[in-house]
Design a protein around this ligand. Structure first.
Ligand code: ZN
Length: 433
């Protein structure tokens, strides 16, 4: 299945009924490290054969399957004030999305969202299959989401982010995805329960950046490898790939592990046109039968299923899940497993089909079983206890620096486009912003 320099590195075969994988690359000695540190664009041959072997025996023994493959590109930072932000032209992006069959989301900064123009909003509103918007921090200051703050302080700041992007809904009839893309790729895990209480659906995490933040190593060891590996309380943990020279390899590895391929870049990545993005989309489309969708739908498609003598079990990776029950027979039972609920704990659970509730249990436990009366796409909602309505919460104290910083950053980014005329400000490639 893999070779290099004429040497076989990994071979797969059968011996009688037994499945045999032979790998020449030894298993990594993980020690205290997370497995994801050995499964990335630079190193993966130590773990890939083992992961594939475990998947295959799980499929044989328990009809295991990961969530349906999905993918999305994300561009961090753009203001929605004009149809172009730096090197990124939204009309051009839409054209490439249509031609190469992929979805792109713009992670916009809430501080800036009230300046959205009607031309930009019309473009996004008219093309939800190709373009969407998600939330990029609140003020976008340095390490904004990796600071040490109290839960109450975080709640005020994240509620303000939601209020700020609400104008997209009330004024422009666009529903931004309630998925948080952390500025500079860094976030502390203490933020997850706050986002969950405010109704966010997911948090994007690049494992190697996430593990650099003090305290984040208390997360589950399967970080970045488990399709249903959510944060506590069911906030979706969406693994994020940086648009770098290893993005193609990392996309293939994500899909092989049953994870979505979510690739994040910046306007600088469009400096030489969008051909590189288009090539990566073509590669992903050729690798798997991928559904390109917005970040909310990516969050809702994180789960894995397995069969047992008592019916099919679905382990959720998000409190809001879209479950494809197209192949299940009428009257079959489905057991929903919510790993974030402690044994003996309970949380209301609701299952809907085309907006109509077909099953509900206000005291459902970690595992809850119901009879399938509808086939097709089911919405499985774990009824998370929300905090105060963000609309009625006070603003945190005003800080002038974020406003000044945003203005400088936008001037820098927009001037880079004009660097073709004034080359002194040229800079190419994805930045950590
Ligand atoms: Zn940013």
């Amino acid at each position: 299945m893999a070779s290099a320099g004429g040497q076989t590195l990994w071979a797969r075969g059968t011996h009688g009924n037994a499945l045999v994988h032979q790998a020449c690359v030894p298993l990594p000695d993980l020690g205290e490290s997370f497995p994801c540190t050995e499964y990335n664009g630079r190193r993966f041959m130590g773990l890939l054969p083992l992961i594939r072997f475990l998947q295959e025996i799980s499929i044989r023994a328990r009809s295991w399957s990961a969530s349906p493959p999905s993918a999305c590109f994300i561009f961090d930072d753009p203001s929605l004030r004009q149809l172009r932000y730096g090197h990124l032209d939204f009309n051009q992006l839409l054209g490439v999305c249509r031609k190469h069959r992929f979805h792109a989301a713009v992670a916009t900064i809430p501080l800036d969202s009230q300046r959205t123009s009607s031309a930009v909003s019309a473009l996004f509103r008219s093309n939800p299959d190709w373009l969407s918007i998600l939330i990029h921090g609140n003020n976008h200051t340095a390490r904004e989401l990796a600071q040490s703050r109290s839960s109450a302080d975080w709640e005020l700041r994240m509620a303000q982010a939601l209020r700020r992007v609400n104008c997209l809904e009330s004024k422009h009839q666009i529903s931004p995805c309630k998925v948080m893309e952390p500025p500079h790729g860094v976030v502390c895990s203490e933020l997850a329960p706050v986002l969950n209480r405010l109704g966010f659906e997911g948090l994007l995490v690049t494992p190697h950046q996430f593990l650099r933040v003090p305290g984040n190593d208390r997360i589950q060891p399967s970080l970045g490898l488990n399709p249903a590996g959510c944060f506590n309380h069911g906030l979706a943990l969406i693994p994020r790939i940086v648009l770098s020279s290893t993005a193609e390899t990392e996309s293939a590895l994500a899909l092989a592990a049953g994870l979505p391929a979510v690739i994040a870049g910046h306007h600088q990545d469009a400096a030489d046109g969008l051909e590189r993005i288009a090539r990566l989309a073509d590669f992903i489309n050729a690798s798997a039968d991928v559904t390109w969708c917005n970040p909310s739908r990516i969050a809702r498609r994180l789960y894995w299923t397995e069969g047992s003598s008592t019916g099919r079990h679905v382990t959720l990776g998000s409190s809001q899940t879209e479950l494809n029950a197209m192949d299940e027979s009428h009257g079959a039972t489905l057991t929903v497993v919510r790993p974030w609920i402690a044994r003996g704990g309970e949380e209301a659970l609701r299952v809907s089909h085309e907006g109509k509730v077909i099953w509900e249990n206000l005291h459902a436990g970690r595992e809850a079983t119901f009879e399938l009366t509808q086939r097709g796409l089911l919405q499985v909602q774990s009824m998370v206890r929300l905090a105060h309505d963000p609309v009625g919460m006070p603003d945190p104290p005003f800080e002038p620096w974020p406003v000044i910083r945003k203005a400088i950053m936008e001037l820098r980014d927009r001037s880079q486009y004009w660097a073709r005329v004034f080359p002194w400000s040229a800079r190419n490639g994805s930045s950590p912003d």
